[in-house]
Design a protein around this ligand. Structure first.
Ligand SMILES: Nc1ncnc2c1ncn2[C@@H]1O[C@H](COP(=O)(O)OP(=O)(O)OP(=O)(O)O)[C@@H](O)[C@H]1O
Ligand SMILES: [Mg+2]
Length: 616
């Protein structure tokens, strides 16, 4: 039974594909495949983005599904996607949805979409054997299904653009269409989303911690891990596929989670991974150069982010207006927006980022150092004030803490309650690999900064304000990603560090030496142009580069190992090598007899777990 459709009343889900970003750095797979597809930047538009299998972590697909799903009829699905319901009365009820034949469980609707090199319909037989009771596909897929007598018997919905149906249909199947609002019959679960070039992970950890302090049972979906009320599930993608996102939200709700925070990358929006999700409040951190390999121009990159701030995706926006993109978003967003000026009132008034204070609803003021972090006030234009503190270094963490606070305020918590929760110091949390302190003399920090803006801010944050200590930076650039940023990062390092050690990041399939050469060209050009006289070293092997930095360091110096943060393996030509910057730094410091911070580094077992799961 095949029904054609002419129009789809659904939000668009782009089908463009490209290389994934840092944070999406696992080897790519085609979701419709039963094996890894080539990791390539050459996939045409019209192909699927990937990584479905990888994002499942070690627990397997079932672990991320709710135990119970109220069955819905295929006729309901058909109606949602604008197809007739007639003739579907006898179809089996649907209790799940999957984009990948390998993750199908009995009762699933299988989305058979065109993939990078194969069509999902080519895996429909496996999907049906695994228990899929219906298929949603395109016309090409329908033709392929028709070739098999048995598959031709499986109820199928055929759409011109099936990608756009995945999110909304998954939301219907898992009953999560109203997860972020109180609109439907679904039990209320508060949902916050954070987008922007930098600060998404940190801000979601902060909002998660504040929500906890408010008494919520919380969930988190992000680059580092997924927290859904049980054991943490290591994350391989910034955002999983929309089928998984909705299953996760349903799982969280089932486990009694009352508030969840979610990192929303531009990829996630672009690839339709958050289609059908509606946030109570969506936050914007900033927009700076990154991911231009995917988006082409800043304008397109902005447009991808801005799509989160529309009525079907978010009830309320909280927008940091420190950059021009934020100011533009605050003007253009067709939803109610709270604005935040966080660039003002930084701990160091003579810092590298003196800014004009833009007009905003809330402004960061009276910032002063508090331990390695910052205490500050959030002042509303009508006079209301919140007292906030973050234990993480860097002016950007003031911005992240402010944004997390206002997201919670925008989602409906009263200022009194929020203040009481803030007084419990929720923003003094360890965010793995984000400004993570490994040693104190020399100060040794591992940070995830992997684009020019983040590197500049991280270098600024670690620069000793007194004494003669130097900054030694160890970093590289990823292969097959936005090559334009390499010399720019080199120039940033030359300006912000006294000693620059250029090393490898994840080279992927590229020649590591060629990547280093591009970074070094930027370092040297800036050094020569500004007459900086920096020490510039090249050490390809990253562990060796870290040891080299430690060898050069004196007690009052700062070592910043930037770019890989919490990551525990390095990808070289499709092979994952165990490498944890925190463990390497810790080991090198220990060898020289330097003092370590308890608890940092030593993630060897996590690394081998990750590798084991890769091999599966
Ligand atoms: N608000 C901010 N503005 C600029 N830089 C930031 C900000 N917050 C964090 N950073 C820097 O960017 C790095 C990445 O931070 P974080 O992981 O929170 O960002 P992200 O947006 O989740 O990144 P990704 O897109 O890679 O997942 C940090 O390690 C820090 O160096
Ligand atoms: Mg992140």
């Amino acid at each position: 039974m095949k029904v054609n459709v002419s129009e789809q009343p659904l939000p668009p889900g782009s089908s463009a594909s490209a290389l994934s970003a840092r944070g999406d750095s696992a080897p790519q797979e085609d979701p419709a495949h039963n094996g890894p597809a080539q990791d390539s930047g050459t996939q045409d538009s019209g192909t699927q983005d990937s990584g479905t299998q990888d994002s499942l972590g070690q627990d397997g697909p079932e672990a991320l599904r709710p135990a119970h799903v109220a069955p819905i009829s295929l006729a309901e699905v058909s109606a949602l996607v604008g197809l007739p319901a007639e003739g579907l009365e006898d179809a089996a009820p649907i209790t799940g949805a999957s984009l990948d034949s390998r993750t199908v469980v009995p009762g699933d609707l299988y989305f058979a979409l065109p993939g990078a090199s194969r069509h999902g319909a080519d895996y429909a037989q496996q999907a049906v054997e695994a228990g899929a009771v219906a298929i949603l596909t395109d016309h090409d897929g329908a033709k392929r299904l028709a070739l098999s007598e048995s598959l031709a018997q499986v109820p199928a919905l055929v759409l011109d653009r099936p990608r756009a149906a995945v999110g909304p249909v998954s939301a219907l199947v898992y009953g999560t269409a109203a997860a972020g609002t109180d609109g439907g019959t679904a039990q209320r679960m508060l949902l916050l989303g954070v987008t922007g070039t930098n600060g998404k992970t940190t801000t979601t950890y902060f909002s998660n911690s504040l929500l906890r302090a408010l008494g919520h049972r919380t969930g988190l979906i992000g680059t580092i891990e997924i927290l859904a009320g049980g054991e943490p599930i290591p994350s391989r993608l910034t955002t999983p596929e929309s089928t998984e996102v909705h299953a996760l939200l349903a799982l969280m709700r089932e486990r009694g989670v009352t508030a969840a925070s979610m990192e929303v990358s531009s990829h996630a929006i672009e690839f339709g991974r958050v289609d059908g999700v509606r946030y109570d409040a969506a936050g914007f951190t900033n927009l700076t150069q990154d991911h231009l390999d995917l988006h082409g121009t800043m304008e397109e990159y902005y447009a991808a982010k801005a799509r989160l701030f529309t009525p079907e995706r978010a009830a309320h926006g909280v927008v940091t207006v420190d950059d021009e993109w934020g100011r533009r978003l605050a003007d253009e967003a067709p939803i109610p927006v709270t604005t935040l000026a966080a660039g003002a009132g930084q701990a160091d008034p003579a810092g590298a980022h003196p800014r004009d204070v833009p007009e905003a609803d809330w402004t960061v003021a009276a910032a002063r150092p508090s331990g390695v972090g910052t205490a500050f006030e959030l002042r509303h234009r009508d006079g209301a004030t919140l007292r906030v503190r973050t234990g993480l270094p860097g002016a950007f963490n003031v911005a992240n803490a402010a944004l997390a606070t206002l997201l919670v305020v925008a989602s409906g918590a009263t200022l009194e309650k929020v203040q009481r929760a803030l007084d419990r110091d929720p923003f003094t949390v360890e965010v793995p690999g984000r400004m993570q302190l490994v040693g104190t003399a020399p100060t040794a920090i591992v940070d995830f900064a992997h684009n020019p803006d983040a590197l500049e801010r991280a270098l600024d944050a670690v620069r000793p304000r007194t004494g003669s200590g130097r900054v030694i930076v160890v970093f590289g650039a990823t292969g097959q990603r936005d090559a334009l940023k390499r010399p720019v990062m080199g120039a940033v390092a030359a300006r912000g560090a006294d000693v620059v050690v250029v090393t490898d990041d994840d080279p992927h399939d590229e020649d590591p030496a060629a990547i280093r050469a591009q970074v070094l060209a930027g370092v040297r050009a800036e050094d020569a142009e500004k007459g900086l006289g920096r020490r510039i070293d090249e050490v390809g092997d990253r562990a060796e580069a870290i040891r080299h930095a430690v060898d050069l360091a004196r007690d009052d110096d700062v070592i910043l190992v930037a770019g890989r943060g919490h990551e525990v393996y390095q990808e070289v030509k499709g092979v994952n090598l165990v490498l944890d910057d925190r463990a390497e730094l810790r080991g090198a410091l220990a060898e020289r007899g330097f003092r370590l911070v308890a608890g940092a580094g030593g993630f060897g077992s996590e690394a081998s777990d990750a590798l084991e799961s890769d091999a599966q």
